[in-house]
Ligand binder design. Structure first.
Ligand code: NAG
Ligand code: NAG
Ligand code: NAG
Ligand code: NAG
Ligand code: NAG
Ligand code: NAG
Ligand code: NAG
Ligand code: NAG
Ligand code: NAG
Ligand code: NAG
Length: 686
């Protein structure tokens, strides 16, 4: 009897642990392992092999998937206790050399019953749907299928994943939902990323569904084609939420009141989401004392921001680090109480209608790295306290109504400054002066500088010599009236954008100017003279209105094969149009007007692939046949006025240049019916 009971208990124990016993047997029979944790279950190994067989793997990322010990295979991890596969991480490196896995998910995967972590992101599932069977991995905590070219309906079966705490289906191609009710099944969910999935059909229900997730910490549903942002909620369940990212949806509604009940909120991104509201009556910002990141840019918001700033100032420990209110219709002065937001690192108020002075207290925001105030109506003098902002790396003060002087003091401690922009809409007496002196040694090394519409010292800024990292330089509408020093041109190989325009600069240009690949160069409206340099690597070249002269060398186009735009108008160039221009197959706009070019338009001026949209050759001494323009079939504008062309206006123009909307032929010697009109060239602009 006792033996029998004992046997029963033994049998029961055997049954209970058969799993492990089987496993021990399996590992003992495995010739490659002497140890229980280094082998794997056959059924799981076979499932993985079947899964592998369903995929193309051009870079051999699964080449380690051979032999018995599947727990040692790349991307596979097993439980140390049970030996079951718990983790499958086949995420591809975003910018690595290895090709993504391609193909379909094989349902054999379902044999991985103990899978806790599945990451297949950055592979290519060729626009197949996410299979329903993914909803059957009941042990799954992490499911990451982002950037993986899945398409179609997100299966509601995912709602069965009651252990899921992390779900990321972002950046697939055409994922959509018919509703989101299933989300409420994910009661342990902490992180939800559905970036770019089409949630439009969920309508207002998305919020109710998400509100069923009491543990949710991060909600990322930007670019989701959501139209409904419910203004109120009966009960806000979201007691753990820290991140709400709803940007780039199209709500067309005011800020909802329930947001202000979420005191745990750390990041709120509602930029470009169609928010129509004023902040004048919102008193609840003081509830959001944990807020570090607030982005409301690109909406339809108006009124003043004083309630926002003062509300957040009431938090004794206010945490705000990033405030982006750019591209709205905000008005009024910048509240001096901004200084209370001591942790601010990034402040953008650009593209609004803020007026009045920039408060002196801006200098107290000692953590500020980015201060972007461009395109407002701020006036008065720029306070010298900006020079106290030691951490500042970007200072944009463009397109405001500044007056007075910006001097060295404004940059006193700005040793980290990389990007600087300054301009005023004021011209004439009240205009802005940028006066730092010729011998200045600035504390910073800039990457970009933009100074527009200012008075400057009447000398080329010698302090540029200290700026070894300059890549973007715009000096526009400034009287410099100096020669460009030779050392400045030596910077050109690192320069991607150079605009020295309307600056009354003079002298000769160097024989040859090589810029960074793809660079854009404008030296227009100056007094540069002498021959045109040999340019390399530019895509945009504007030398309009200078005193440049001589012929354009025959090989001119040779080192600018990616040139898209060239304007040499209003100079004294002469000689023939070099035929190498016809090698510039990306050229869209060419303006050689108001020079003294003579001879024929080079033959085969356009190849069949020509992109040329606009060709201005007017006011030169050109003559000969127009037939070389026959291939310029994309032309929208052709101006040949005031040259020496004669003979009949070719009949093919209408046929070969079907897109033409502007045609200038006047002031030539065309005969037949046309010549009568050529006395009134303006009429030739159709
Ligand atoms: C057995 O497993 C332990 C723990 O994982 C490991 O440290 C040890 O190296 C393994 N032994 C052999 C022979 O593989
Ligand atoms: C998975 O296994 C690899 C070795 O195969 C190990 O480096 C890694 O830390 C493991 N990852 C986890 C999350 O257990
Ligand atoms: C995923 O795709 C998006 C959009 O194409 C891209 O911005 C993002 O960098 C990708 N993610 C990774 C990790 O490569
Ligand atoms: C999983 O979810 C789907 C759809 O929501 C449902 O039809 C199915 O019965 C569920 N399966 C299980 C095993 O719960
Ligand atoms: C709050 O969440 C719980 C589940 O945790 C759910 O039962 C309840 O209905 C939710 N309340 C609302 C208003 O959604
Ligand atoms: C929001 O908080 C206020 C008190 O601050 C409370 O009266 C109100 O009921 C809350 N609303 C929701 C939807 O939780
Ligand atoms: C800031 O203070 C509020 C109460 O005023 C508190 O709830 C919050 O946790 C504090 N935040 C930080 C980051 O210390
Ligand atoms: C702001 O800075 C000024 C001068 O640096 C200082 O006198 C003043 O107390 C500061 N204000 C605050 C609120 O810290
Ligand atoms: C233009 O060139 C012609 C020779 O082709 C020359 O006779 C004439 O003087 C030049 N005109 C100007 C304004 O330079
Ligand atoms: C038109 O293009 C073709 C092919 O690029 C070329 O052979 C031909 O000479 C061109 N015709 C004219 C008139 O430019």
């Amino acid at each position: 009897m006792i033996t029998s009971i004992f046997t029963h208990i033994l049998l029961f124990l055997v049954h209970l642990f058969s799993h492990e016993i089987l496993f021990l047997q399996a590992s003992q029979s495995d010739p490659y392992s002497t140890n229980f944790t280094t082998t794997c279950w056959e059924v799981e190994r076979n499932a993985l092999l079947k899964f592998k067989a369903g995929l193309k793997d051009p870079s051999g990322r699964l080449s380690s998937w051979v032999g018995n010990d599947c727990c040692a295979w790349q991307g596979v991890n097993c439980s140390k206790q049970t030996g079951h596969v718990t983790m499958l991480n086949l995420r591809n490196q975003p910018s690595g050399d290895l090709a993504p896995l391609q193909g379909k998910l094989d349902p054999s995967l379902l044999d991985l019953k103990y899978l806790n972590y599945l990451d297949l992101s950055l592979n290519n599932f060729e626009h197949t749907p996410i299979p329903n069977f993914i909803g059957s991995f009941t042990k799954l905590s992490y499911l990451i299928l982002s950037n993986a070219s899945f398409a179609g309906l997100i299966p509601p079966h995912l709602g069965n994943l009651s252990n899921l705490c992390y779900l990321d289906l972002s950046w697939n191609n055409f994922l959509w939902v018919s509703h989101l009710n299933w989300i409420s099944g994910l009661s342990l969910l902490k992180n939800l990323f559905l970036i770019g999935a089409n949630l439009n059909l969920a309508a207002t229900n998305w919020l109710q569904a998400v509100n069923m997730l009491p543990l949710l910490v991060q909600l990322h549903i930007p670019y989701c084609n959501l139209n409904d942002l419910p203004p109120s909620l009966r009960v806000v369940n979201l007691s753990s939420i820290e991140v709400v990212n709803l940007q780039s949806n199209n709500f067309n509604s005011p800020l909802p009141s329930w947001l202000f009940n979420i005191s745990t909120l750390v990041e709120l991104d509602l930029s470009y989401s169609g928010i129509k509201d004023t902040l004048d009556n919102v008193d609840a910002w003081k509830n959001l004392c944990n807020l570090k990141f607030l982005a409301l840019s690109g909406n339809d918001m108006s009124g003043e921001i004083v309630k926002l700033v003062e509300g957040l100032s009431k938090c004794s420990n206010n945490s705000l680090e990033v405030l982006d209110l750019s591209t709205n219709g905000f008005v009024g002065p910048i509240p001096p109480s901004l200084e209370n937001l001591k942790n601010m690192r990034y402040l953008s108020l650009s593209w609004n209608y803020f007026y009045g002075p920039l408060p002196v207290s801006i200098g107290n925001l000692s953590s500020l790295k980015v201060l972007h105030l461009s395109s407002n109506k701020l006036g008065g003098t720029v306070p010298e306290t900006v020079g106290q902002l030691k951490e500042l790396s970007l200072l944009y003060l463009g397109s405001n109504n500044w007056e007075g002087v910006v001097s060295r003091i404004h940059f006193l401690h700005l040793k980290n400054l990389k990007d600087f922009a300054l301009s005023s809409n004021h011209v004439g007496e009240k205009s802005l002066t940028f006066h730092v002196g010729h011998d200045w040694v600035p504390p910073f090394s800039l990457n970009s500088i933009i100074v527009v519409n200012c008075q400057m010292d009447l000398k080329f800024p010698a302090w540029f010599l200290t700026q070894k990292e300059l890549a973007y330089v715009i000096l526009w509408n400034i009287n410099i009236e100096d020669f460009v020093p030779e050392w400045f041109w030596k910077l050109s190989p690192q320069i991607e954008l150079l605009v020295l325009s309307n600056t009354r600069l003079r002298g000769k240009l160097p024989k040859s100017l090589k810029f960074a690949p793809g660079s854009k160069v404008a030296l227009s409206f100056n007094l540069f003279e002498g021959p045109i340099p040999h340019f390399s690597d530019v895509t945009y070249l504007c030398l309009k209105k200078n005193l440049l002269s001589g012929p354009i060398p025959e090989n001119f186009g040779q080192d600018m094969l990616y040139l898209r735009y060239m304007d040499l108008s209003e100079n004294n160039f002469n000689g023939n149009i070099p035929s190498s221009i016809s090698m510039l197959k990306y050229l869209e706009i060419l303006d050689l007007s108001k020079n003294n070019f003579s001879g024929n338009i080079p033959s085969s001026f356009c190849s069949l692939q020509s992109q040329l949209l606009c060709l201005n050759l007017n006011d030169n001494n050109l003559y000969g046949k127009l037939s070389s323009l026959r291939n310029c079939s994309k032309l929208l504008q052709l101006n040949l006025a005031n040259n020496q062309f004669h003979g009949g206006v070719p009949r093919w123009i209408g046929e070969s240049l079907p897109m033409l909307t502007l045609l200038g032929l006047g002031g030539n010697m065309f005969d037949s019916v046309m010549s009568r009109k050529s006395k009134q060239p303006s009429e030739w602009f159709l």
